[in-house]
Design a protein around this ligand. Structure first.
Ligand code: HEM
Length: 209
């Protein structure tokens, strides 16, 4: 059987590169804003606030364009895992990442259908792209444009606190995702082909891991 060369469209690569950059800026400036105190700011507080706000707005605009293209082109199908045997494939993939990868074992699972992602990648990208990122953006924009769209009071406390708490919790989840995602991009037999795919857009078929 002739295996086809894997390809990733330019617009996905551009979205990914810009999102990665903005996410890194947002993570660093978010940490600075959260832990800032007198004499405890690695970069100027006002500069960090500006950078965080501008990057957040840029991420929101980029996400909107990406959403139109993802749904307009049908690319969203790559992120939807097939229902049949989903949990057993995801479980096998977790065991592979935890034990098999270190032992150089062959790939754990493949996804039925067109997608080049394994079940765990599909589930993760689905949650991150269509859940975590939009929620981060919405809470961030509410925070930024408070008090225009946020009630004055919630449970007797300032209306901003549920938004601030949600944005903070989502930020922690986003940071955890980023660390794990970068780590996964740098281990295993497919590092070269994954990086080629997300930069030049083409790579030889690699093991699905
Ligand atoms: C410096 C930061 C990042 C690096 C080094 C990185 C690296 C990579 C690599 C190597 C892949 C290819 C995986 C494969 O096909 O086997 C990938 C895919 C992907 N990454 Fe990242 N990434 C970064 C940041 C992010 C961020 C912040 C997000 C959050 C939205 C993200 C979301 C995705 C998605 C959705 C895919 C699949 C794209 C597709 O449809 O082909 N990445 N990343």
């Amino acid at each position: 059987m002739i295996e086809r060369v894997l390809q990733v469209p330019l617009w996905i690569r551009l979205w990914h590169a810009m999102t990665a950059l903005l996410f890194l800026v947002l993570t660093v400036t978010g940490v600075v804003l959260h832990f800032a105190g007198p004499g405890l700011t690695p970069i100027d507080y006002t500069l960090a606030t500006k950078l965080h706000d501008v990057s957040g707005i840029a991420l929101a605009i980029l996400y909107g364009i990406h959403l139109i293209l993802v749904f307009g082109s049908g690319y969203w199908r790559h992120y939807i895992p097939a229902h049949q045997g989903l949990w057993s494939r995801a479980k096998a993939q977790i065991i592979f990442y935890s034990i098999g990868l270190g032992r150089d074992e062959p790939r754990a699972t493949t996804s039925p259908g067109e997608s080049r992602f394994n079940a765990l990648q599909q589930l993760t990208y689905l949650i991150v792209v269509f859940g975590l990122v939009p929620l981060l953006i919405v809470t961030g924009l509410l925070y930024l444009y408070y008090p225009a769209y946020v009630p004055d009071e919630v449970l007797g406390l300032a209306g901003l606190w549920p938004v601030a708490l949600a944005h903070y919790a989502l930020g922690i989840l986003g940071t955890a995702y980023l660390i794990i995602h970068i780590y996964m991009a740098t281990v295993g037999p497919n590092v070269r082909s994954s990086l080629q795919l997300m930069t030049i857009g083409r790579a030889e078929p690699a093991q699905k891991r």
